[in-house]
Design a binder for this molecule. Structure first.
Ligand SMILES: *Cc1c(COP(=O)(O)O)cnc(C)c1O
Length: 429
């Protein structure tokens, strides 16, 4: 596959944009290649500037649950655009999208729209701190919540520790009140509460962690987090920026039977335009400005084009759409497992609905970040490159998951599995 134009654009971009990209994961750094420049995209397929067609299992990293340039979404946005691109004033689209969100997230009485997932989580955290009058946060190793200062922390070991900033530029004081625990380890969280319980404003978690592989958490773990929060008067924040709207039940919270206090949303809610949201019961939300003292604002929040894309995206997500996503997911699972086994390739597929991850190792899928084998990156980078040559695009990192959209067809799934079969014939590991 020739990628001369992509390569030369990338070279030019390096003079103007940091690393040639506006978001680090796009740089293909961990799979040892140059990024691919897209020309256009439709449905399951993207066309790059060199004219190559690729079947896309990245789908803009999650938002495009109906694939690229879905005609009904494009129509709706184009129509709305004739009336103006930004109002800076209320409009009916905000009410319409809020109603649709509340239908799926029944713990929300009120919703606030913002423009990204990062902003949603950052604002949810500020609200939780303002509501409780406390400063401490508990977060989990391997969960990504956007580039929010107070949540950009790792724990050095597998033990629950104070956070160390994982980026220069974040003052020590900013993360001094962030406590980090391993996922799926309730004792570590109980310990943190025993030390700091009265000061903990919120526990922040992706209930379905999907940014460091797909680390499925048990109902038991999530429900114990709920009880701990209740016992100490802390709030439970679910970051469902990836998992929200991916399931018929609406949220992963509903699937697990655990209700958070605040949920943060992003990605699918904007159907490819910049939207984030957070919501909770009235008592909490009414602490927000203009009703309460916790300040949060946005020039482009509730943007009419973004609301329109979100409304159409959610309307297209009927029962049939979810059944289809599940069927496609099952097809992937059933067809890929025998191939991995046949070749003795040390990876297995972890899947929840339309989200999937090639997880390294042969054991039980990991529920914690530190259980992911350290050769994950090497194994994956060869696989990624070879599949790309055959026209199938997975995320350019071993720790990023794959996304199935309602517009994927059986032939895309089976084609990728067949390509994988051929690739594994030639790879060594
Ligand atoms: C993508 C993501 C974010 C950040 O969203 P942006 O729109 O990239 O700012 C936050 N939390 C989770 C779980 C995400 O997957």
């Amino acid at each position: 596959m020739q990628r001369n134009k992509s390569d030369s654009l990338h070279k030019e971009a390096l003079n103007h944009l940091v690393g040639g990209v506006n978001s680090p994961v796009r740089a293909f750094k961990s799979v040892h290649g140059n990024p691919i420049y897209f020309e256009k995209a439709s449905g399951a397929t993207v066309t790059d500037v060199d004219g190559n067609n690729l079947v896309d299992f990245v789908q803009s990293w999650g938002p495009l649950i109906h694939g690229h340039s879905h005609p009904e979404i494009i129509d709706m946005v184009s129509q709305k655009m004739q009336n103006g691109t930004s109002f800076g004033a209320p409009h009916i689209g905000e009410i319409e999208l809020a109603k649709r969100v509340k239908k799926r997230f029944s713990h929300m009485d009120k919703v606030r729209f913002v423009s990204s997932g990062t902003e949603a989580v950052m604002s949810a955290v500020r609200l939780a701190r303002g509501y409780t009058g406390r400063d401490y946060l508990v977060k989990f190793e391997g969960c990504y919540h956007g580039h929010v200062d107070s949540l950009m922390v790792n724990s050095g070991s597998g033990l629950a520790t104070f956070g160390i900033a994982s980026s220069p530029g974040i003052p020590k004081d900013t993360v001094a009140t962030t406590l980090v625990a391993p996922l799926d380890d309730i004792e570590a969280v109980e310990y943190l509460f025993s030390q700091h319980g009265e000061d903990i404003a919120a526990v922040v978690i992706e209930p379905l962690p999907a940014n460091n592989g797909l680390l499925v958490q048990s109902h038991e773990f999530l429900s114990k987090l709920r009880s701990l929060c209740d016992r100490y008067g802390s709030l439970l924040i679910f970051d469902e920026v990836i998992s929200g709207f991916r399931f018929k039940q609406g949220s992963f919270g509903s699937i697990s039977g655990v209700t958070p206090d605040i949920t943060a949303l992003g990605k699918v809610i904007g159907g490819g335009l910049p939207v984030g949201a957070y919501g909770a019961r009235s008592e909490i939300m009414e602490r927000l400005s203009p009703l309460g003292p916790v300040y949060q604002a946005g020039t482009l929040s509730g943007n009419p084009l973004a609301m329109a894309a979100g409304i159409k995206t959610l309307d297209l997500l009927d029962e049939d759409a979810y059944d289809r996503l599940e069927q496609l997911g099952e097809l992937l699972q059933e067809s890929v497992e025998p191939i991995l086994e046949k070749h003795g390739f040390p990876m297995r597929l972890v899947r929840m609905g339309s989200l999937f991850w090639f997880s390294p190792g042969n054991n039980h899928p990991p529920s914690r970040a530190d259980l992911i084998p350290s050769n994950a990156g090497t194994l994956y980078s060869d696989l990624h490159k070879a599949l790309l040559e055959k026209g199938y695009m997975l995320a350019p990192s071993a720790y990023e998951i794959g996304f199935i959209a309602t517009v994927h067809e059986e032939k895309h799934i089976l084609g990728m599995v067949e390509a994988l079969d051929e690739v594994l014939d030639t790879l060594e590991w």
